[in-house]
Design a protein around this ligand. Structure first.
Ligand code: NAD
Length: 483
């Protein structure tokens, strides 16, 4: 396919800025390893221009818009995304290696998310205004934070864009969005699609690397809030850098989700559900069931069902026209990182039940992989591999299951598989995770929050809670005139 060269990666103030640096970042097709585009790598000068533009737009136009006006624009963007869905899904598939149903699912969910925030913007919640001190009247105002720097990862480029800009714009903020340097293509296309929807400077897109563009945004005095979705290590750096200027931070970080299969679980359903979650998007999903914990009484039966489901996964180039369940990993470096986890685990005595092989030939494929005989202290259990590589451990009691599940610093998602309602709900209550599913491990809804606890971050995506995250509270108190 013909390689595309972008003249600009900076959609700023309603138009494209000429690139100020000489460097570019290649966007690859991970199924073939081919470069499909060269995208300018942003500079600090572009960061300054984008932040200035977002600030001006916030102060001069966007702050005065009504929820209804913002809502209409978000609805138009949702329609455009849906109307250009096949093209956007193709970009996602080409640049991330997503199977077609995953890529189209991302498009539909992105549009749904923007529509949710278009509605939510119009139904704010608030405490009663009133006289809380004699002779004074008080009101609480929820106001936009200001200029938001939104920094996105590569695993769901379009969906993360929607999760970030939906609540930020709906709440009345202006945005500078930095997509991942690995997967900028859908964000650049959305910038084009949005060009005539929002006033200039309200929605800006800036391509480039974590440093200088991400660091430049986080440190910039003109940015009021930073919203990062990324690795836990990046989150710590961003939180520390944001603290320098006391910026509000919203951190959606990694996960290492446990799936707890009890001895009263419906084993076939659990195996199918966990397999579906673990290898969706090639396991490059912060919510993926990465640590499967199984009661020793049903361990053999469950593992046999799981391996049979894993054996049915078809691996291939999503754009080859065949039926593909799982595509490649995003890059050679990431594939090697995932492979490294498996190799070190095997050196330490783990057993390979499936996969653990990079495939030959072009593209960054890695077979769906299952590893057993691992202890709670093993690196493969404790650290996020973020690929199609899962571990299976057994437990003997509910207490032990919870100890293993809660024993890491991650706390993003978890699932409980049990036919006993009381046991499932008690386990859900005691799991230290931002989301707990019962007899399910993946489903999300725009109305419901998604966010981590512990070192998986703070703040929520989706739902009315996310809208609140993108606001500040102001108390206005006025002296009453009794005369
Ligand atoms: P990453 O942390 O490497 O990069 C994320 C973004 O941060 C990129 O745009 C990158 O350029 C930028 N960045 C890197 N260093 C930076 C710095 N010092 N300052 C500012 N910006 C910087 O993560 P990734 O590899 O792109 O994404 C995978 C990670 O994202 C995984 O850990 C995954 O679990 C997590 N993730 C979490 C969620 C969630 O909802 N919690 C969703 C998707 C992905």
């Amino acid at each position: 396919m013909q390689q595309k060269t972008f003249e600009s990666g900076a959609f700023v103030g309603g138009g494209w800025l000429s690139a100020t640096g000489d460097e570019t970042d290649p966007a690859l097709n991970p199924s073939t390893g081919e470069i499909i585009a060269e995208v300018p790598s942003g500079t600090r000068r572009e960061v300054d221009r984008a932040v200035e533009s977002a600030r001006e737009a916030f102060e001069k136009t966007w702050f005065d818009t009504t929820p209804a006006e913002r809502s209409r624009m978000l609805l138009t963007l949702a329609d455009r995304i849906e109307g250009n869905g096949e093209e956007l899904a193709r970009l996602e598939s080409m640049n991330v290696g997503k199977p077609w149903p995953v890529a189209m699912g991302d498009v539909e969910f992105s549009a749904d998310n923007l529509r949710f925030f278009a509605g939510a913007a119009r139904v704010p919640e608030g405490k009663s205004a009133g006289e809380y001190a004699r002779g004074f009247t008080s009101m609480i105002r929820r106001e936009p934070v200001g200029v938001v720097a939104s920094i996105a990862p590569w695993n769901y480029p379009l969906l993360m864009l929607a999760w970030k800009i939906g609540p930020a714009l709906a709440a009345g903020n202006t945005v500078v969005l930095k997509p991942s340097e690995l997967t900028p293509l859908s964000a650049l296309r959305v910038a084009e699609l949005a060009a005539d929807i929002f006033p200039p400077g309200v929605f800006n897109v800036l391509t480039g690397r974590g440093d200088p563009v991400g660091t430049g945004l986080v440190g910039h005095p003109g940015v009021d809030m930073v919203s990062l979705t990324g690795d836990m290590g990046t989150g710590k750096k961003v939180a520390a850098a944001a603290a320098e200027t006391v910026k509000k931070a919203h951190l959606e970080l990694g996960g290492k989700a446990p799936a707890l299969v009890f001895d009263d679980a419906e084993i076939q359903t659990a195996a199918a559900g966990i397999c579906g979650s673990s290898f969706y998007n090639s396991g490059q999903d912060c919510t993926a069931a990465a640590r499967v914990l199984v009661h020793e009484r049903v361990y053999e039966e469950f593992v046999s069902e799981l391996l049979s489901k894993v054996g049915e996964i078809s691996l291939g180039d999503p754009l080859s026209g065949g039926d593909v369940d799982m595509g490649p990993l995003v890059s050679a470096a990431h594939r090697d990182k995932v492979a490294g986890f498996a190799e070190r685990a095997v050196e330490e005595g783990a057993s390979v039940l499936a996969g653990c092989e990079p495939s030959d030939g072009p593209g960054f494929f890695y077979a769906p992989s299952v590893v057993a005989d691992v202890g709670q202290d093993a690196e493969i259990v404790r650290k996020e591999a973020f690929g199609p590589l899962i571990t299976v451990q057994s437990f003997g009691s509910d207490e032990e299951a919870l100890r293993l599940a809660n024993g890491l610093s991650y706390g993003l998602t978890a699932s409980v598989w049990s036919e006993r309602v009381g046991r499932a709900l008690e386990t859900a209550r005691r799991l230290r995770s931002g989301t707990v599913w019962v007899n399910e491990h993946t489903n999300l809804a725009s109305e419901m929050p998604h966010g981590g606890i512990k070192q998986s971050g703070y703040g929520n995506d989706m739902s009315a809670y996310s809208l609140e995250d993108y606001t500040v509270i102001k108390h206005v108190m006025a002296k009453l005139d009794y005369s």
